[in-house]
Design a protein around this ligand. Structure first.
Ligand code: SF4
Length: 195
């Protein structure tokens, strides 16, 4: 009882006797990088997550901010759409883009909060080259038209706020491309390493 009274007083006056170990660095990843269960039927590469990404984050003391899956957000888990319509066509509509914009604004708010408090967001990791929501095709820092609808909306929202974070696809549909992307990620983490 005395202890809980002490803790309440301590919280009220902002007193802390514990060392805070956070690294103040994070990466944003699309939902399925750390939860392959979010993928459309037949599209999961791993049973659970891309362990190389997670392992590197742990090695370099970098937190992971998970972005919600834009397909599930707009079409539901079963990707409900008209018969014969591709997911890309369903998502790349005014309503689909609006849904992606809504997520992007929430994410950008969260980024802004971290950045204002001195945290670093090192990268945004997207998906496979054919992903309707999360493909990353990039030239000189700008996402190209064939990138995912969500990635493009997110980059637009970040540009409006003058937030510049590199995008990179994690292309796990092909082992060679995946190895390239993991190497890119490792370099980004080691360049910004404060360990
Ligand atoms: S839309 Fe993006 S987050 Fe959702 S399963 Fe596809 S690649 Fe992953």
């Amino acid at each position: 009882m005395l202890r809980s009274l002490f803790n309440r007083i301590r919280r009220k006056i902002g007193l802390s006797y514990r060392k805070d170990n956070r690294g103040r660095r994070l990466v944003a990843v699309i939902e399925c990088i750390i939860n392959q269960n979010a993928r459309d039927a037949g599209a999961a590469t791993f049973p659970a997550m891309d362990w190389d990404v997670v392992r590197l984050c742990n090695q370099y003391h970098v937190g992971i901010l998970q972005l919600p899956c834009p397909e599930i957000h707009f079409l539901g888990f079963d990707r409900n759409r008209k018969p014969g319509e591709s997911i890309r066509n369903a998502l790349d509509t005014e309503a689909g883009r609006e849904s992606c914009r809504k997520i992007s604004m929430e994410i950008a708010d969260r980024f802004q909060t971290y950045i204002n408090q001195g945290y670093q967001i090192l990268a945004i990791l997207g998906g496979n080259p054919e992903s309707p929501g999360c493909a990353v095709h990039i030239k000189e820092g700008a996402l190209l038209a064939n990138s995912g609808v969500f990635m493009k909306e997110l980059q637009d929202e970040l540009h409006k706020r003058s937030i510049d974070i590199p995008f990179q696809g994690i292309r796990d549909s092909d082992p060679d491309m995946l190895a390239e992307d993991i190497e890119w990620f490792r370099k980004i983490l080691s360049q910004n390493n404060k360990k």
